[in-house]
Design a protein around this ligand. Structure first.
Ligand SMILES: Cc1cc2nc3c(=O)[nH]c(=O)nc-3n(C[C@H](O)[C@H](O)[C@H](O)COP(=O)(O)O)c2cc1C
Length: 186
């Protein structure tokens, strides 16, 4: 009987009601987003800005530092139609200045995620998630925020762009499957 209950509660997320939204500059977080979609299904959406960040890495770092300081939230070009139809929202982002990137703060502020299940994921340059997952929780006080996934991506500062490829991609895929199983998503 126990078994039947477990089978009924696990893996019943509906791909039609699943949104995977991510921010990615050098495609590491995008690679994770695509792996999640391959495993779970759902609608994949890249967050784009009305005014994109500079191509130049140092200029971007400086701009983000300023935005983090002032709490500035950039306007998004990306629009989600009918957010209300999604029950589960995966939210992916790199670590920027050890914080949640400003565009993701914009996203979480802009959309009403009340009652939804939020699942964060992250790539970073090796310094970890910083305050990112904590900020997601703070900005989604009326959502169920599940345990996030994080892995090392690139380090643009040192010329490392897309690093989630080849062996690292295979390893990441396995980790993502284990994580989603643990969360009873698959
Ligand atoms: C503006 C900026 C700030 C960053 N700050 C950090 C940081 O504080 N800690 C860290 O580990 N990596 C940092 N990184 C590196 C990224 O988190 C890392 O390269 C990540 O994998 C990039 O993801 P993406 O390829 O999806 O853009 C920063 C990168 C940029 C562009």
């Amino acid at each position: 009987q126990t078994e039947r209950v477990e089978a009924a509660t696990s893996s019943d997320i509906d791909p039609n009601k699943t949104l995977i939204v991510y921010l990615s500059r050098t495609n590491n977080t995008k690679a994770i987003a695509e792996m999640i979609q391959k495993t779970v299904g759902g609608k994949l959406v890249a967050v784009e800005l009305q005014t994109p960040y500079p191509e130049n890495y140092q200029a971007t770092v400086a701009q983000v530092a300023k935005e983090n300081e002032t709490g500035f939230m950039p306007l998004l070009k990306t629009k989600i139609d009918s957010i209300q139809k999604y029950d589960v929202v995966f939210i992916g982002f790199p670590t920027w200045g050890m914080q949640l990137p400003p565009p993701m703060k914009s996203f979480l502020k802009q959309y009403n995620l009340t009652g939804k299940t939020i699942i964060p994921f992250n790539s970073n340059g090796g310094y970890g998630i910083g305050s990112t997952f904590e900020t997601v929780k703070q900005l989604c006080p009326d959502s169920r925020v599940l345990e996030g996934y994080s892995t090392r991506g690139g380090l643009e500062r040192d010329g490392q762009l897309l690093m989630i490829k080849e062996e690292k991609a295979k390893q990441t895929e396995t980790e993502i499957e284990n994580w989603l199983q643990k969360l009873k998503i698959i």
